[in-house]
Design a binder for this molecule. Structure first.
Ligand SMILES: C[S@@+](CC[C@H](N)C(=O)[O-])C[C@H]1O[C@@H](n2cnc3c(N)ncnc32)[C@H](O)[C@@H]1O
Length: 222
């Protein structure tokens, strides 16, 4: 996958959750429309018609104790459906950065979270992004992934899972959601089979029915 321009704030510490967070309904509807048009333009990359719900964000972060960890990396934040929930939980010394490949999504993210470090490049380059952030590769505590793995070809799934694994410390955790309907796709089933090849423990959360479409979370431990 092509590497895109990398813009970031090196050595940034915890960004503030409220920074640049718009709350007006009109902005929200524009965010959804933007999401849909990016899906229509690049379905295999965006993989969803709408941003995830707040309920799914809460389920993703359950039990991660983000206030007590040293570093958190967000994969594929899109317009930031999980980001505010993540930032509001981080401890004062927790390091955070995000990686988003799509330029339109990256620009929407930057408008919404101007103080959150964002690397506009493929997550398979997470090791390089860690180095730029001053985080030792192999020491990341938590990866929160919003990636549409069921829309990815098999070799990209593998490349990203390898990269995630090598970024994490032993015992580090990755959470990533999937749509129930995605399990009907061969790539969704392959991804489910592949996870235990890359992580020592893999479990599934309860369903989040208040998401469009209904989803669940894979919780993985290195
Ligand atoms: C399903 S959307 C999820 C967005 C957001 N996390 C949410 O739940 O609403 C997936 C996001 O992952 C991004 N993405 C896809 N492949 C990527 C890659 N290889 N590296 C970084 N971001 C990627 C897409 O551009 C998109 O913004």
């Amino acid at each position: 996958m092509a590497m895109m321009t990398d813009t970031h704030r090196p050595h940034a510490s915890k960004p503030t959750a409220h920074a640049g967070e718009p709350t007006r309904p009109r902005t929200k509807s524009l965010r959804k429309r933007g999401f849909l048009s990016e899906y229509l333009r690049a379905p295999g990359q965006v993989g969803a018609l709408l941003p995830s719900s707040g309920r799914l964000a809460e389920r993703m972060l359950e039990g991660l104790d983000l206030d007590r960890v040293g570093s958190v990396v967000e994969f594929g934040p899109g317009t930031g459906a999980f980001t505010g929930h993540i930032l509001s939980r981080l401890g004062p010394n927790t390091r955070y950065f995000a990686m988003e490949l799509n330029p339109t999504m990256a620009s929407a993210f930057r408008q919404r979270f101007p103080h959150a470090p964002l690397h506009q490049r493929c997550v398979s380059e997470v090791t390089q992004a860690c180095e730029l952030e001053g985080i030792r590769p192999g020491s990341v505590d938590v990866i929160v992934s919003g990636l549409p793995f069921a829309a990815f070809p098999c070799d990209l799934q593998t490349r990203i899972l390898r990269a995630a694994n090598s970024a994490l410390r032993p015992g580090g955790r990755m959470v990533t959601f999937a749509y129930h309907v995605g399990l009907l796709l061969p790539a969704g089933r392959k991804f489910a089979r592949k996870l235990p090849e890359h992580f020592s423990q893999v479990s599934r959360s309860r369903s989040v029915l208040l998401n469009v479409p209904p989803a669940f979370v894979y919780r993985c431990v290195k």
